[in-house]
Design a protein around this ligand. Structure first.
Ligand code: CA
Length: 240
C-alpha cells in the first residue's frame, strides 16, 4: 500500500511539474475545414496539380511574431521564396535573409508603414500591397468586391501552377469557421476534386494549415475591413 501510495504521489507530482504551455496546442477545426496534417489533407497535396508554390513556401514557413504580424510574416515568406536580394540579419552576423525585424530596415517600406504601426493595428489589403511593392517585385492587388468566384478560383489556380510567383490571401476567419477577425497568409496549393485551397496559416500557435473550400474563401474575402471600409482580397506577387 505504501509503495502504491508513493508511486501515486510521484506521478501526481510529475503531472504537476509539467506546465500546460509546453504542449503545442492549436484550436479545434470546424468540420468544413480539413487539417493538412491528416490522411485526407496529405492525399489532397499528393493529388494536387496546382502545387508549384508548396515547396518554396514550406521551406520559408514563418510563425507571426506577434498577434498583428500575420501580414509581416506572410511578406517575409514570399520575399525569401522569391530569392530577391535580402538585407543582413544581425542575429546571423553577415548572412542575408528577410526577417520580421529587418523587413522595415528600408526607407521605402517605412514610408508605407512603420513596424510600430503594424504591431498596433495590422495592415489593410492596400497596405499589404504597398509594403510588398516597396521591394523590387511585381504586385497585383485584387479586392473581393471586384472578382467573381470563377475569376478568384482561376487566377489563384493559374498562379499555383507556376513557379516564382505567389499568392497572399486577406480574409475574415469567422467566415470560414475560425476565430475570428481579419487574417493574412500565403496559399500553397489547390485540389481540384474537392475544390479546396491549402492555406499555410502563419499563426502556427493557433491553427494548422487547412484545406478550405474555394467558395468559402471567396466569401471570406468579400467582407468589409473596417480599417479601410473596403473588402479584403488577395495579392499576386512575382519577380521583376
Ligand atoms: Ca506560383
Amino acid at each position: 500500500m505504501k509503495i502504491i501510495s508513493l508511486i501515486s504521489r510521484i506521478s501526481l507530482m510529475g503531472l504537476c511539474l509539467i506546465p500546460r504551455q509546453v504542449i503545442a496546442q492549436t484550436l479545434p477545426l470546424n468540420s468544413n475545414l480539413i487539417n493538412f496534417n491528416s490522411t485526407p489533407g496529405e492525399t489532397f497535396l499528393i493529388e494536387s496539380n496546382a502545387r508549384q508554390d508548396y515547396i518554396p513556401l514550406s521551406l520559408q514557413f514563418e510563425t507571426q511574431e506577434n498577434l498583428a504580424y500575420c501580414g509581416v510574416a506572410s511578406i517575409v515568406m514570399v520575399l525569401n521564396a522569391l530569392s530577391i536580394p535580402a538585407p543582413k540579419a544581425p542575429e546571423w552576423r553577415t548572412y542575408h535573409r528577410f526577417t520580421q525585424q529587418n523587413l522595415f530596415d528600408n526607407s521605402k517600406t517605412q514610408a508605407v508603414m512603420t513596424s510600430e504601426m503594424v504591431a498596433q493595428g495590422g495592415m489593410t489589403l492596400q497596405q499589404l500591397g504597398e509594403l510588398l511593392a516597396s521591394y523590387p517585385i511585381n504586385v497585383n492587388v485584387y479586392y473581393g468586391s471586384d472578382v467573381s468566384l470563377q475569376e478568384f478560383r482561376q487566377r489563384i489556380i493559374d498562379n499555383l501552377k507556376q513557379p516564382n510567383n505567389f499568392v497572399l490571401i486577406n480574409y475574415l476567419r469567422h467566415t470560414i469557421g475560425q476565430e475570428k477577425g481579419g487574417h493574412i497568409s500565403p496559399i500553397a496549393a489547390y485540389h481540384k476534386e474537392s475544390d479546396r485551397f491549402l492555406i499555410l496559416d502563419v499563426s502556427r500557435y493557433k491553427y494548422p494549415p487547412v484545406w478550405v473550400k474555394a467558395e468559402d474563401l471567396w466569401k471570406a474575402i468579400n467582407t468589409i475591413d473596417s480599417a479601410s471600409n473596403k473588402t479584403r482580397g488577395f495579392v499576386l506577387v512575382s519577380s521583376q
